[in-house]
Design a protein around this ligand. Sequence first.
Ligand SMILES: [Zn+2]
Length: 190
Amino acid sequence: MSTRPEPHTPPLDHARYLREALALAREGQAAGSAPVGAVLVDASGKVVGRGRNRHKEPQTADHIGDAGLAHAEMDLYFQLGNPEQPETLTLYTSLEPCLMCGGASALMGIGRIVWATADPWGGSGRVIEWSQHPAMQDTEVIPCPDAALEHEGAALFAPEAKRAFPDEGWALWQEKYPQETAGVKATGLD
Ligand SMILES: [Zn+2]
């Protein structure tokens, strides 16, 4: 008999919310930050939080910024505060969360995480299997449920991957997403 609790998160239209996360990723790119976005959705399908990467923008009272930890998920969680019944919430991201954001989601007690595109270098999964993460045992993880959106997200993030990641990381991106990384030029961020 499994000791894993029954999921608290009802079925949701993943593609709909991943598209919202991708739209926020484009907003981040337009603002000069990295193209990563996130939305948090409750059990009724209502969006209760929105965040996007802000690492090249100033920090304000409302938004974490101006730091390498200004990831989309952290922006969302800092705005959100303490949600009620976090186990009923689903986090949608345009890109597989990193160790920091995966850990933050676990500390928040988020019930489910869904991402559009894998991050073979920066994602938690390279360092520790999502299924083995000690804090992740109560969180359902759904990677890349929609192939079209996965490729859309890969094409969107590829220039940032080339700019931000070491050669070893870029090589993993080229292996995972050969079509989206072909001929990519790095973005102008530093
Ligand atoms: Zn992160």
